[in-house]
Design a protein around this ligand. Structure first.
Ligand SMILES: Cc1ncc(COP(=O)(O)O)c(C=O)c1O
Length: 402
């Protein structure tokens, strides 16, 4: 109580909606690379990739400079071009759709499921049935807030219409759903998706400052990604068209410099050691919020409580803890005044000026637009102190006169 009073009377503290968790081990790990011979493409890149692939249960992983680069390289590897039409959700960060535009492809939005805020499979099915097969090339589902899209269901639809799946799991390392054979399917394990992307931005589960990863079980896509990550250049003896000697390399495609340096991979390796513990801490905070807010009639938790989800075999990764309320704006202002820096995730992409200029209209995605009016992300991250959690609960309850 004393600490809560302190927070109530203090003007200097602030509670963000998300924040990194850096330990002494992380710092040691980075310093050891700084003292080594390789700052960029040294041994830590492969170490981080291998460890991450194991963490999500995929065959291959490719480390890149950020989640947006991961999406761009994936779009290139999947051959998105000016003739491609790709479907995604309007409720996501802009990069999920922009990767299609980088390659000159056309973005098509399909509305969300109001309960989970992820792509609505019924709406998607309807959309696909409106046009002849072959109209669309792929789908980019997003594990919004850490809620894992059921990719087994989505794969059935994708197979029927001949589509690839690029899963945007930037919010969901460690998230999982349970398939029809009762097997746990971790986000990014590549069982049902062609490629999966992750981001290591500081508000995400594990961070490398800036950073990203692509996972896949396809050797062909893996090789393509490696080539595209480094300017389209290969030195691999087996892949060279000619060979002039030991110095020889070839640029075989137009690629980029999207490499993640050793310094950052060292941080990633060390952060991964804590990933399971971190997600457990996120779920504990979610449990506390679920319990504290269950009697507030004017507000609901997107996708339901953690315990309800676990009963359904769903492991929410809780990058975000999102609630919906008709009083969103008032609650946002109230909490911000109390130095609780809640956020809105997301403004629907179809109303962004850039996408509007491409022909998208307001009121075309009713569920997404209604969701946007009501959603609010409360603070959730492993270093959120107990008294800060209590402070958030106290202020939300105070707002609703609980
Ligand atoms: C769903 C989603 N996709 C992609 C990205 C892009 O990741 P990055 O910021 O690492 O480029 C983000 C980042 O916020 C994201 O939330």
């Amino acid at each position: 109580m004393r600490i809560l009073n302190k927070l109530n009377n203090s003007k200097v503290f602030s509670i963000p909606y998300g924040k990194q968790f850096i330990s002494d081990d992380d710092i040691k790990s980075v310093v050891s690379v700084l003292k080594s011979d390789y700052l960029t493409q040294g041994p830590l890149v492969a170490k981080f990739e291998k460890k991450f692939a194991q963490y999500v249960g995929a065959k291959y992983a490719v480390a890149v400079s950020n989640g947006t680069a991961a999406l761009h390289l994936s779009a290139l590897a999947l051959d998105i071009n000016s003739k491609s039409k790709v479907i995604t959700t309007p409720i996501t960060f802009v990069a999920s759709a922009n990767c299609v535009r980088y390659c000159g492809g056309e973005v098509v939005f399909s509305d969300i499921n109001a309960f989970t805020a992820t792509i609505n499979t019924e709406a998607l099915n309807k959309l696909l049935k409106l046009s002849p097969k072959g109209t669309y090339q792929g789908i980019i589902p997003v594990d919004m807030a850490g809620y894992p899209v059921n990719l087994e269901e989505l794969r059935k639809i994708a197979d029927e219409f001949g589509l690839w799946i690029l899963e945007d799991a930037c919010h969901a390392p460690g998230g999982y759903f349970t398939d029809s054979k009762r097997e746990k399917q971790l986000c990014g394990n590549g069982k049902f998706s062609d490629l999966t992307v992750f981001s290591f931005h500081p508000v995400k589960h594990i961070t490398t400052g800036e950073g990203g990863m692509i996972t896949t079980n396809s050797e062909a896509l893996y090789k393509k990604l490696l080539l595209l990550r480094t300017h389209g250049i290969t030195k691999d003896q087996n892949e060279l068209i000619e060979n002039h000697g030991n110095w020889y390399y070839e640029m075989q495609e137009l690629g980029y410099n999207y490499r993640l340096p050793d310094i950052l991979c060292a941080l990633g390796v060390s952060q991964l050691d804590k990933a399971d513990k971190e997600i457990k801490m996120r779920r504990e905070i979610a449990n506390l919020y679920d319990q504290a807010f269950k009697n507030i009639k004017e507000m609901e938790v997107v996708s339901g409580s953690n315990n309800e989800l676990l009963e359904k075999g769903i492991g929410h990764a809780y990058h975000l803890y999102i609630i919906r309320t008709k009083k969103r704006k008032e609650l946002y202002n109230f909490l911000r005044e109390k130095n609780i820096f809640v956020q809105v995730h997301y403004i629907p992409l179809n109303v962004m000026p850039y996408y509007k200029a491409l022909g998208f209209k307001k009121d075309s995605m009713p569920e997404a637009e209604k969701y946007y009016e009501e959603c609010l992300s409360l603070p959730i991250y492993p270093s959120l102190k107990k008294e800060e959690q209590e402070f958030v609960i106290q202020k939300v309850s105070e707002f609703f006169n609980l």
